[in-house]
Design a binder for this molecule. Structure first.
Ligand code: GAR
Length: 210
């Protein structure tokens, strides 16, 4: 069974989907720890309820980002984790961290990458007059939201939509596709080779599995 570590900063609904997918054996993995950089992240409560160990790494306790990522990396290495899942971890990881665990870090980002990297993607999509938005699961490299795309889900944007309307539609999709990608990874079907994503040995397109 593969060992998974999950990094969060907030509410943890994606974390909850992973917990449930492991509990019901859709994902053949064990969540070894949930790591947060925010003391008040509700995801920490979700982990505790599921009897998963938690760890808090706060930036204020480290002289710089590199020292913090080194500490998190050492903690993860001690657990011998096979996979690091970023689930709403809202701090940019250093290149030292992403290179240390290259090919083993997944992220979900609420846009149809390469569109709208960074923050406030819903607002960015509305302001750009988009008629669709979505979410992307990708491998993590040293470029923010720049790693190989694995799977995307699209949702429509309707004329009178608020940010919350779109966010809710996207979140519903995230809770479906992220556990599926983690399942692919733990079943050894998904690999990153030379910065590209492969599923069952087939190179995925720049937009991921379709
Ligand atoms: C998710 O929608 C995820 O796509 C986003 O944070 C949310 C976390 O929600 N991630 C990013 O914006 C990363 N750039 P959750 O805590 O309820 O899972």
């Amino acid at each position: 069974m593969k060992k998974i570590v999950i990094l969060i900063s907030g509410s943890g609904t994606n974390l909850q989907a992973m917990i449930e997918a492991c509990e019901n054996k859709m994902i053949n993995g064990q969540i070894m720890a949930v790591i947060s950089n925010q003391a008040n992240a509700y995801g920490l409560e979700r982990a505790k309820i599921a009897h998963i160990p938690t760890a808090l790494f706060e930036r204020k306790h480290y002289p710089n980002n590199l020292a913090m990522d080194l500490a998190i990396g050492d903690f993860i290495a001690d657990l011998e984790a096979d996979l690091i899942v970023l689930a709403g971890y809202m701090k940019i990881l250093t290149a030292e961290f992403t290179q240390r665990f290259a090919g083993k870090i997944l992220n979900i980002h609420p846009s149809l990458l390469p569109k709208f990297r960074g923050l406030n993607t819903y607002q960015q999509a509305l302001e750009a007059g988009e008629t669709e938005h979505g979410t992307t699961v990708h491998f993590v490299n040293e470029q923010v939201d720049g790693g190989a795309v694995i799977l995307q889900a699209k949702v429509p944007i309707f004329p009178d939509d608020s940010i919350e309307d779109i966010q809710q539609r996207v979140k519903t999709q995230e809770l479906q596709i992220y556990p599926l990608v983690v399942k692919w990874f733990v079943d050894d079907r998904l690999k990153e080779i030379d910065g590209k994503a492969y599923l069952d040995g087939q190179l995925l397109s720049p937009q991921g599995y379709a």
